[in-house]
Design a protein around this ligand. Structure first.
Ligand SMILES: C[S@@+](CC[C@H](N)C(=O)[O-])C[C@H]1O[C@@H](n2cnc3c(N)ncnc32)[C@H](O)[C@@H]1O
Length: 248
């Protein structure tokens, strides 16, 4: 039976120990805008804590109760006044507008078709203040990754299991359905000394840059910048990322 990575927040943090290439970019944007911040799919507070450390007013929304509780414990232990609330980025109503709204670390790919993606953008539009900025940060789906041999396991990362400090490793295989543009991902978590791996499955809807441009424009956004990396290099055909900064 497979486990759900989005109900095991300590394990998520342990496996994503390496992810920090977006922190300076996103906190820098928060500093520039210097207003209220809303993060959708806020997770365990990885980016939210960095934003609050810079003194900004922060609200996160996430659909996992376990992640919301875990993030709020971290926020309280630091004494910050922000919080993460339970919600669905496809349709939310927070009763106020924000100066900076963002969806980081590929989370927009969890909206599994263009209708859900568009619904989310409509909700973002309603919550963005006039003159406010909206950021989406995604990798560019790479055919050589999507169409790998789906019977083989590929190394993802090494990590330390949070509950006992034993060494672990993640390997993955995937199966991409071109018709739905859904990438089914199977992560196998190994632990030193234990033969059998734990299986985590999740799906990602691969959105290519031309579709992303169209979705944003149809939802009423103007794309101010389209970067190809977190160092703000311009987007081009060799970019690994599609990073959009938009306004209404
Ligand atoms: C890749 S994690 C990113 C977490 C965090 N933003 C970060 O940068 O570390 C994706 C997050 O999306 C959340 N999520 C997935 N679908 C969602 C939805 N429809 N609404 C809100 N959150 C969602 C998951 O619970 C998970 O916390």
């Amino acid at each position: 039976m497979s486990r759900n990575i989005y109900s095991e927040p300590a394990l998520y943090d342990a496996v994503n120990w390496w992810k920090n290439n977006d922190v300076a970019f996103i906190t820098g944007l928060a500093d520039e805008i210097n207003g209220s911040v809303l993060e959708l799919a806020a997770g365990t507070g990885r980016l939210g804590l960095e934003i609050m450390a810079k003194g900004h007013s922060y609200l996160g929304v996430d659909s996992s109760q376990e992640y919301v509780d875990f993030a709020n414990q971290k926020i309280q232990s630091k004494g910050y006044s922000g919080k993460v609330v339970l919600g669905d980025m496809r349709n939310f109503s927070l009763g106020k507008k924000f100066d900076f709204i963002f969806i980081g670390f590929n989370s927009f790919f969890h909206l599994l078709n263009n209708k859900e993606a568009f619904q989310c953008l409509e909700s973002v539009f309603d919550h963005l203040s006039d003159g406010g900025k909206f950021l989406i940060d995604l990798f560019i789906p790479d055919p050589s990754f999507l169409y790998k041999d789906d019977t083989k396991l590929y190394h993802v990362t090494n990590f330390t299991w949070p509950e006992d400090g034993l060494k672990g490793m993640v390997k993955e295989r995937n199966h991409y359905e071109a018709e739905t543009q859904i990438n089914h991902i199977y992560w196998y978590f190994y632990k030193t000394g234990i033969d059998e791996a734990s299986l985590f499955e999740f799906d990602m809807h691969m959105i290519f840059p031309d579709t992303m441009d169209r979705l944003l424009c149809d939802a009423g956004f103007t794309i101010l910048n389209k970067y190809g990396d977190h160092d703000k290099s311009p987007f081009n055909e060799e970019s690994d990322y599609q990073i959009y900064v938009c306004e209404k």
